[in-house]
Design a protein around this ligand. Structure first.
Ligand code: ADP
Ligand code: MG
Length: 630
């Protein structure tokens, strides 16, 4: 309503001005007096936490209202192009814009920047490439042949700047990475890296030390220790608040007042709090168009269409480039793997013939037997030792030898710190064994990396105690992220998933009992429902194993049972192996087809539920002061 009235008014005044001009009223040189504004409308960019944006927008409006003595309306746009279009049509008077959208808005909507964001004393932020903290990748070279997730094509920190920084450092992203996808948001990038569906991701950082960035700010800082930043872009001028040339010419005083109100917002504790929670901004400081030259240069370097939309032919081009790269990469990888395979096999055979121990190991040598035929996983005298920050060695697994067979529901129990999580993470090779060997279908995967590791992980779904969903996006999109590594390159942005993927995701949501919730925001669901979404996401990967790390520890007992019943159904009907860490002996007995007991890194029980006697339980959980005896 308001917008229409306003637009109508500007049309009327336009017509009036034209009429005056045409009738040649030269004695009336002044423009018709503009009606004073009764309210202003400020547009917001959709932040990755849009539910918070909506909430805080009203608070922000109230604060600005107080300062300028005029009603303030907030308009939360669906996307950046909607925001720029609204500015162009004068349906909004001011807009909070990300750097790339600003450069675009300047071009097509005569936008004029007023103030830019300052975070931790700096008006710049950075693009950054992060990897899983558990991965061995430390440099860009380590990412050769790996997959990367960008945020979206027009994201400065999540695409434009890190990619152009790679190019400036003489890397060609199209040949460096085996695949590039757009995850749609900073949180989606982080969770894909943390969940292991992608090797690396681009996101924002507030410094180049790796101390502050999306991983310390999103999801209440829970992702902090889970990623490792390995590469930083040049500084990016901060996001800003802009107005239009039309506003500056028509209402210069009002523009000044709003600018002043926003520039002093951080001085008021309430204002400071809102800015921090909306955009993690500490203050808004004066800015000029030239501040955004680095953005223009980066866009030029990438030949990017800064409208922020991806054009269909771009997608085709990216896919074509990627296919060509992929083919040559596969050819090289295939040759290398074949070569390496032949060499390894020959060396092992030769050493076996010579009676040399193929592996080193100081105990349980009798367990250094080859993997059992038909086993899905075989672990042989496997050790994992972590090194903490003070370089202290922390043994987490000590000489584990087990076989896991297709279709089992394996329940792992044991006291906290016993090594349960580490055992799961060694199975999807999120950690590397310090010693010993791990086989998947009789093939050694102890130290694989790159494409081979990705291939392994694609077969393995992972479910976490904290669900690890992207709260701000729909249930459907969360499930679809399970297909990130299978969708064609360049198509993973919202709406670009193939129809059959969407149909498959729907089947899965049906299977987990959430057919009605497809469009709901994940964070609006209950804990039990969120875990069901996480299960559907794992299934979307079409895995042969699902690893579940205390999947019910955050749920009440009834929901816990319903989640385990669902996993049991998936196990029985789809034949998917389940390996679950459980905190309850009762649940382990009820759902496990076999139980493993871990204490202080040792396997102290391996048997059927009925063999788990009170004595055995005591052995598993006996006081940790006795652990050293083992
Ligand atoms: P559980 O899941 O049974 O509680 P974990 O596998 O998490 O046990 O941990 C086993 C041991 O390894 C603990 O002493 C833990 O502190 C240590 N540990 C686990 N992960 C790491 C890590 N990334 N860095 C250092 N120590 C770790
Ligand atoms: Mg654990």
């Amino acid at each position: 309503m308001i917008f229409h009235q306003q637009r109508l008014k500007s049309i009327l005044y336009g017509a009036l001005a034209l009429g005056i001009f045409l009738t040649g009223c030269s004695d009336r040189r002044e423009d018709p007096p503009l009606e004073p504004k009764r309210e202003i409308v400020i547009g917001l960019n959709p932040s990755e936490r849009s539910e918070k944006t909506q909430q805080n927008a009203d608070l922000l409006a109230t604060l600005i209202e107080k300062k300028i003595n005029m009603p303030v309306k907030m308009f939360v746009a669906q996307d950046y192009s909607g925001l720029v279009e609204a500015l162009r049509a004068h349906t909004i008077d001011f807009a909070f814009l990300a750097p790339v959208s600003y450069v675009h808005a300047e071009r097509i909507a005569n936008a004029v920047v007023l103030l830019k964001a300052e975070r931790q004393g700096s008006p710049f932020y950075f693009g950054c490439i992060v990897v899983n903290a558990e991965s061995p990748y430390r440099t860009i070279e380590d990412l050769q042949g790996k997959q990367i997730a960008w945020v979206d094509p027009s994201s400065a920190s999540g695409h434009l700047f890190p990619k152009s920084a790679l190019i400036e450092a003489h890397y060609n992203p199209d040949s460096l990475f085996s695949k590039q996808v757009f995850a749609g948001g900073h949180d989606a990038v982080l969770l894909s890296v943390i969940n292991g569906t992608i090797d690396a991701g681009a996101t924002y950082a507030n410094d180049t030390l790796g101390e502050s960035g999306s991983w310390t700010q999103l999801e209440n800082g829970e992702l902090k220790e889970k990623v490792r930043p390995i590469f930083f872009s040049k500084p990016i001028p901060g996001d800003n608040i802009s107005t239009s040339q039309y506003m500056i010419e028509s209402y210069p005083d009002l523009v000044e007042k709003v600018k002043e109100a926003v520039a002093t917002m951080h001085l008021d504790p309430e204002g400071a709090e809102i800015m921090r929670s909306m955009y993690h901004v500490d203050a808004m400081v004066p800015a000029t168009s030239q501040d955004y030259d680095p953005v223009r240069r980066a866009a030029e370097l990438l030949n990017l269409d800064i409208t922020g939309k991806i054009r269909e032919n771009d997608i085709e081009q990216v896919e074509k480039n990627q296919r060509n790269t992929l083919y040559s990469w596969l050819l090289i990888a295939g040759t290398l793997l074949f070569g390496a395979g032949v060499i390894t096999t020959q060396v092992i055979r030769k050493r076996e013939r010579e009676g040399v121990e193929v592996r080193h190991g100081n105990q349980n040598d009798h367990e250094e037997s080859p993997p059992i035929a038909g086993a899905q996983f075989s672990l042989r005298n496997l050790h994992v030792t972590f090194t903490d920050r003070n370089s202290a060695k922390i043994p987490a697994l000590k000489g584990i030898s087990i076989d896991i067979f297709p279709g089992e529901f394996l329940a792992i129990i044991g006291p906290s710190g016993g090594g349960k999580s580490t055992l799961l993470r060694i199975l999807n090779r999120a950690v590397e064994p310090t010693d010993g060997r791990i086989f998947f279908h009789e093939k050694e995967v102890s130290h694989i990396h790159g494409t081979a590791l990705l291939k392994l992980r694609r077969n393995i779904g992972f479910i976490f105690q904290q669900f690890n969903l992207v709260g701000s996006i729909s249930v459907m999109r969360n499930v679809l992220t399970g297909r990130l590594s299978t969708v064609p390159v360049g198509r993973s942005l919202l709406g670009l998933f193939p129809e059959e993927d969407i149909a498959y995701a729907r089947t899965l949501l049906n299977e987990v009992g959430l057919q009605e919730k497809e469009e709901s925001r994940a964070s609006d669901l209950s804990g039990g429902q969120q875990q069901r979404v996480a299960i559907a996401r794992a299934l979307a990967q079409e895995p042969e194993v699902i690893l579940a790390d205390e999947p019910t520890a955050s749920l009440d007992p009834i929901l816990a049972e319903s989640i385990l019943t669902l996993l049991q159904k998936i196990n029985r009907e789809r034949g998917i192996t389940i390996v679950a860490n459980l905190h309850s002996i009762e649940l382990a007995r009820k759902y496990g087809t076999r139980i493993l007991g871990l204490r202080a890194g040792h396997l102290v029980f391996n048997g059927s539920p009925k063999d788990l006697s009170e004595d055995e339980i005591e052995k598993i959980y006996e006081a940790s002061s006795n652990n050293n005896a083992l």
